[in-house]
Structures are given as structure tokens and as C-alpha cells.
Ligand binder design. Structure first.
Ligand SMILES: [Zn+2]
Length: 388
């Protein structure tokens, strides 16, 4: 496809106005979309045929270091977009530290963002022998194995109400009307606020845990079980939990701390104090969702069920063989840690020539930070998270 661009440039004036590297990035996206598609077909899944989402592109990317773009005097210069001596005004929310590798311009809602990926040295924290187990709580955001809880922030519930209200209002308007456009704008603004708050909460929580503990044990995520949640509050919390996991893993890696994911089977049922297994007809007798307390008939241990699960998760992680843990740190040739690496879940990580697959999403391993996932294109976490 790259070879066809020079010819197309002569035929179509709209293509001639686009920077060559941006065009090449588009062909990369198409290639990634199709290779992910065929990969899933081969794996016996039923993927949707690759398509352009919505009414066109919401982003474009300059994949080279300082090729086609420049940050100058608080503004952004983009080749073929800004006039030779003018810049787009930009509000830098954080100084650019390290070597800028790529620049991606994205539209989110009604706003435009420039997202830079930078290469940085890892900032290792001093070694720590402290360890903690985490369990996604039923009532709280998570339970820690030391008996404490991290509560769901109150804004989750507030946002849920605001979303429902704006959604109802939008549903009442006629398609294509001026009111509809207005309602859409309100709705997208609320979604943006929810996203930002969730982002903030997740980053702060993960940072605190990584600073405090040398080893953090979590349960392996089973994404299939998390789909189809109809309760809005629960789905906001679920989305935050999986985002938390990703952020935690990245922060831990660049601080040289360990996140170990363990198989969560029976962690709710078994006793964390004596290992008692409540055997039932098939496997273990399951606790009901309403059983908030763990009481052991053998050793009389009595504690919150989520705390019990968190301790079990920690114990499982401590017993994970060190040689299995080593697979955690996958580094590419440039020393940039790859995105979305989930520790100990080695089978979920597959490599095919230059593509790295994590479950159903694929990530380009070279200097381009674009990720393709079933929900659409997004910048690789590592790129956005670097330096945070
Ligand atoms: Zn017990």
C-alpha cells in the first residue's frame, strides 16, 4: 500500500495535502487491523470485519522522531497543516521530558489533543520486601490483604446519575436535529469527565501501592466474565478495575517492582488462615454473593470475605516459582517496555514477526505506539503513561 501513495498523490488532491509519514501510518493501521482480524479467524474466534469506525478518522500520527512536527515556543507546528511561520496554540499539561519519538493528534469529544511518546530511562525505586495482595471488592473498589479497603470514590455514583440523566434527555431528541447535537455534546462532556476522574483515581491509587510495596499480587483478569454488566455503577467500577491493573503493571515495571497475577479459582472459598477447603459436589461449596463474611469451621478464622480472598491471592503469588515470574519483563530492542504486558499470563502473550498480541488486542512493537483493540484505535498506554 505504501508503494501506491506516490501515484495516488498525483491523482487525488486531498491525499497530496497529507504528510507522507501520516499516510504511511494509515497503511500501518490497516495492516494491523487485518492481521489482528486474520489472527482471530485462525484462532477460531468470530471477529468483526475491520471497518472505519464512525464518520472517519479521529486521529493521525507522525510516527518519526521530529519528522513533520515540532514543539516551539509553547505551540505545535504540523507539516502541511500550519502555515510556515505559525503554530497551533497548545496547553502543555506536563513538560516534555526525554526524547520525543512520535506525535499523535487525537480528537476526543470536541477537543483536540497532541499526544507525544517519549523515550525515558526507567526510574527504579529502592528495593522493598513489603508484599500485598489485592482483590476486587464487591462493595469497595478493592480489599487489601492487610485488612484495609480502598473505597469506590463517591463520584462514580454521581457520574452514573449524570450519565443516565443526559442519556434520557438525548433519547428524547429527534435524530439529526439541533437539539440532538446539543444533547450529544452534553453527553460526551460527561463521558469525558467520567474518564478523567477514573483516570486520575486509578493513577493515584496505583502510584501509592507501587511506592509502598515491592511485590503486589492480583488476580488474573477474566475479561469474559466482566462483560455484559447492565448496572452502570458496576460497569464504571469494572472498567476502572481493569484500567487499574494495566496502570499498576506499567508503574511497577518502570519502578522495578513486581506485579504477580494468580489464578483466582477458589480464593473466595478457601480459608486463608488454615487452608481449609469447603468441598462441595463439584469442586468447592461457593459462597453466595450475600455472604459478606468468611468464617472457617475448622480453625474458626473470622474475617471479611474480600480480605480473606486478598490474603489467599497474596499466598498464591508468594508460592509462584521465581522462574515463572521472570517472564514478566518483556523489553524491546530500544529498551522501551512494551505496552499491556500482563505478568505470569505468558500464554496470553503471543508474538508473530513484529506484532505482539495480548489477548485480542495487538500492539506494534516498533517505535510506533499505536495499539489496535476491538474498541478501536488508541495510543499505547506506555506512551501516554511515560513520566506519569
Ligand atoms: Zn481455617
Amino acid at each position: 500500500m505504501n508503494g501506491a501513495f506516490p501515484k495516488w498523490r498525483k491523482e487525488f488532491s486531498e491525499i497530496a495535502d497529507v504528510h507522507s509519514q501520516v499516510l504511511q501510518n494509515i497503511s500501518l493501521r490497516v495492516e494491523l487491523a487485518f492481521s489482528a482480524f486474520f489472527h482471530r479467524v485462525k484462532a477460531g474466534e468470530k471477529p468483526g470485519f475491520p471497518r472505519v469506525k464512525g464518520d472517519g478518522y479521529d486521529s493521525f500520527c507522525f510516527p518519526g522522531a521530529s519528522v513533520g512536527y515540532a514543539v516551539e515556543g509553547g505551540g505545535l507546528r504540523l507539516s502541511k497543516i500550519t502555515e510556515p511561520n505559525s503554530r497551533i496554540k497548545m496547553r502543555l499539561h506536563r513538560p516534555l521530558v526525554g526524547k520525543v519519538k512520535t506525535c499523535c493528534v487525537r480528537r476526543i469529544g470536541c477537543k483536540w489533543f497532541a499526544c507525544f511518546s517519549v523515550e525515558q530511562e526507567d526510574d527504579f525505586l529502592p528495593k522493598s520486601d513489603e508484599a500485598i495482595g489485592l482483590d476486587a471488592g464487591l462493595n469497595s473498589f478493592m480489599a487489601l490483604s492487610d485488612g484495609t479497603f480502598i473505597e469506590n470514590p463517591r463520584f462514580f455514583r454521581k457520574d452514573e446519575k449524570a450519565l443516565a440523566k443526559a442519556g434520557r434527555k438525548q433519547a428524547k431528541t429527534k435524530k439529526g436535529s439541533k437539539e440532538r447535537r446539543k444533547a450529544n455534546k452534553v453527553l460526551s462532556r460527561i463521558h469525558e469527565r467520567v474518564r478523567n476522574r477514573r483516570h486520575n483515581f486509578v493513577h493515584q491509587t496505583a502510584r501509592r501501592l507501587v511506592n509502598e510495596y515491592g511485590m503486589i499480587a492480583v488476580e488474573k483478569l477474566v475479561v469474559k466474565n466482566m462483560r455484559g454488566t447492565h448496572c452502570l455503577a458496576k460497569s464504571i467500577s469494572d472498567a476502572s478495575w481493569s484500567m487499574f491493573r494495566t496502570v499498576l503493571t506499567h508503574k511497577a515495571e518502570s519502578a522495578n517492582r513486581e506485579v504477580i497475577a494468580v489464578n483466582p479459582a477458589y480464593t473466595s472459598q478457601d480459608c486463608s488462615a488454615c487452608g481449609y477447603r469447603p468441598d462441595g459436589v463439584a469442586g468447592r461449596t461457593k459462597k453466595k454473593l450475600s455472604d459478606r463474611w468468611h468464617f472457617c469451621p475448622k480453625c474458626s478464622a473470622s474475617l471479611d470475605r474480600d480480605t480473606n480472598a486478598a490474603i489467599n491471592i497474596l499466598n498464591l503469588a508468594v508460592n509462584t516459582k521465581p522462574q515463572n515470574r521472570k517472564q514478566n519483563h518483556k523489553q524491546n530492542h530500544n529498551g522501551i517496555t512494551l505496552c499491556q504486558v500482563t505478568p505470569v499470563e505468558a500464554p496470553a502473550f503471543r508474538q508473530e514477526s513484529n506484532h505482539y498480541f495480548f489477548g485480542s488486542s495487538a500492539c506494534w512493537a516498533s517505535s510506533s505506539p499505536w495499539c489496535f483493540s476491538p474498541v478501536g484505535w488508541g495510543i499505547c498506554w506506555k506512551a501516554c503513561l511515560t513520566g506519569s
